[in-house]
Design a protein around this ligand. Structure first.
Ligand code: SAH
Ligand code: SF4
Ligand code: F3S
Length: 506
């Protein structure tokens, strides 16, 4: 099939035949082909005057400066995994001749969705309504949806039927194929739906666009095998797969050579990292090796499941100069009964004992957590157990969630779903407790000097910058942009509950 765009002509079948079979070469090939198509479209629209209307003078200049021929925008929902996936998707789009824009008024808009709770889904449908109105004005615009929600067949069906203007649908297992999907959409005009049920494949060495120059997330594993009874993640992210340690270390060394000083190792359950590899290695050992990399000054990781947190890990954290003094340790509930129904595989006592071991070994650690209120069958007594854990652990902060029924998970079929008013009341009481304790705990370092990684210009106060302490607390202090990316000493003058005001110590 020969396709003509302006003066540019190409044979779709020949292009497909010559595509390399191996990854990532195949995707880099499709990036190059998409770039040719976008360039041809752009040049046609430039000569017709349409491009000027679409982008304005400044927009055209911005495209030229970046050597791009079209614009894209990604809306990202959900957790750090999705944020990381969006960086990879952006990398592929930039390689394909796109330039990123701030708003959804772009040539390609992609929604990277989350489905962990009901309200995450609702937000996406809201945005789809809006983008449809944009597309009516610019019919050549492309709309894509990917991410966890697209791993649910009912959601895909709903979009196919009721959101016919969507051009590309793919899931969490094949984000690396974005350029190939775009190529197909651009050359056939058909809606492309490509959702995989699962995969054991991990494609390395794809381009990625980092949001920050000085810090970066790194996937160390994908998927989850825990099947907590309320949680959709194992169904939409598939079985647990760890990356080879050498691949991870090589990526971090490269990042360090590019000026990255802080890494965040990402996985749904990092404490079980390495167990499925042909040469098993523990997460603690991986951390020791990351620690040896010159240039990396801070190491963070997320998320830790309490059942798999080893004494070896506590020891490595204690010995480390680089691992940050922060541990996110989701408890979900303080009631042993509810924890059992949640399939968390620890008891209230085991969790508290673990926290004790951690605090004894690393007294300056900050602990944060996730808590779900209103899990099916939760009684006032169970809820009191949760409050009790909150009071005993004294978290620096806690993400509190109202239980959301996810169809397909075992909890959705459980009896005794808790009435909404009761859940709301418990949620409010929990939030008050969490906030009061956090305000007391967070201020403990006031009037000391702390190492702070400067992250950005303060958006509210002119002449101020914002940085992060090792324990994840934010500090605002007078300074200029030249400090961004460096780790400096800051005196904490005043605690504001959840953050500090400080001054640079010279
Ligand atoms: N892997 C991480 C969590 C990923 S999901 C862990 O195990 O800690 C992030 C958080 O969303 C969870 O910790 C949980 O508190 C919350 N969550 C997950 N499913 C939920 C549901 N059905 N309703 C309410 N909150 C939920
Ligand atoms: Fe969900 Fe549990 Fe896996 Fe976390 S560990 S992603 S809560 S199933
Ligand atoms: Fe949401 Fe998927 Fe993360 S469901 S929380 S984006 S793994």
């Amino acid at each position: 099939m020969t396709i003509k765009i302006g003066d540019f002509e190409f044979d779709r079948d020949r292009i497909l035949e010559s595509a390399p079979a191996a990854e990532p070469q195949r995707q880099l090939y499709f990036c190059a082909r998409v770039r040719e198509i976008l360039k041809a479209r752009f040049e046609r629209d430039l000569s017709s005057g349409e491009a000027l209307l679409r982008y304005g003078k400044e927009g055209l200049q911005a495209l030229e400066e970046e050597g791009a021929y079209a614009t894209f925008h990604i809306e990202t929902y959900g957790c750090q995994m999705n944020a990381k996936d969006s960086e990879k998707l952006s990398g592929l789009l930039i390689q394909s001749g796109f330039r990123e824009t701030e708003t959804e008024d772009a040539d390609f808009v992609l929604y990277n969705t989350c489905t962990v709770r009901e309200n995450a889904n609702q937000k996406v449908y809201g945005h789809l309504g809006y983008v449809h109105s944009l597309k009516k004005k610019h019919p050549s615009m492309l709309v894509g949806i990917c991410g966890c929600m697209m791993q649910e067949p009912e959601e895909v069906e709903k979009i196919r039927k009721s959101y016919r203007f969507v051009d590309i649908i793919f899931g969490t297992h094949n984000i690396f194929k974005l350029a190939e999907l775009l190529f197909d959409r651009l050359t056939t005009g058909r809606m492309e739906v490509d959702v995989w049920e699962g995969t054991s494949e991990i494609v390395e060495d794809l381009p990625a666009e980092r949001k920050y120059s000085f810090k970066s997330g790194i996937n160390i594993m994908f998927g989850c095998n825990n099947f907590c009874s309320y949680c959709i993640v194992p169904y939409v992210r598939g079985r647990e797969r760890s990356r080879e340690p050498e691949d991870i270390l090589a990526e971090i060394r490269k990042l360090a050579s590019e000026g990255v000083v802080e890494v965040m190792l990402l996985g749904q359950n990092v404490n079980s990292y390495g167990k499925t590899l042909s040469m098993p290695i523990s997460f603690a050992k991986l951390l020791r090796r990351v620690e040896e990399i010159d240039g990396i000054e801070r190491i963070r990781f997320m998320t830790s499941h309490p059942k798999d947190l080893s004494d070896e890990l506590i020891q490595v954290m204690k010995d480390s100069k680089k691992i940050c003094r922060h541990l996110h340790l989701p408890v979900q509930s303080g009631s042993t009964e509810i924890l059992k129904k949640m399939n968390r595989r620890y008891t209230k006592e085991q969790y508290l004992a673990l926290v004790d071991r951690i605090k004894t070994a690393i007294p300056d650690i900050s602990l944060t957590t996730d808590i779900i209120v209103g899990f099916p069958g939760e009684t006032e007594e169970d809820f009191q157990d949760t409050l009790d854990v909150v009071r005993k652990v004294r978290y620096d902060s806690a993400f509190t969630f109202i239980y959301s029924k996810r169809s397909g998970t075992p909890a959705a079929a459980m009896e005794n779903q808790v009435p909404e008013e009761i859940v709301k009341d418990r949620f409010d009481r929990l939030l008050r407790e969490v906030q009061q304790i956090a305000a007391e705990v967070c201020g403990r370092d006031v009037h000391t000097v702390q190492k702070v990684l400067v992250e950005e210009k303060n958006s509210h106060m002119d002449g101020y910058v914002t940085g992060r302490m090792s324990n994840n607390t934010l500090v605002h202090f007078p300074g200029d942009e030249s400090l961004i990316g460096s780790i400096i000493d800051v005196y904490l003058e005043e605690s504001k509950g959840f953050y500090y005001m400080g001054r640079q110590e010279v």
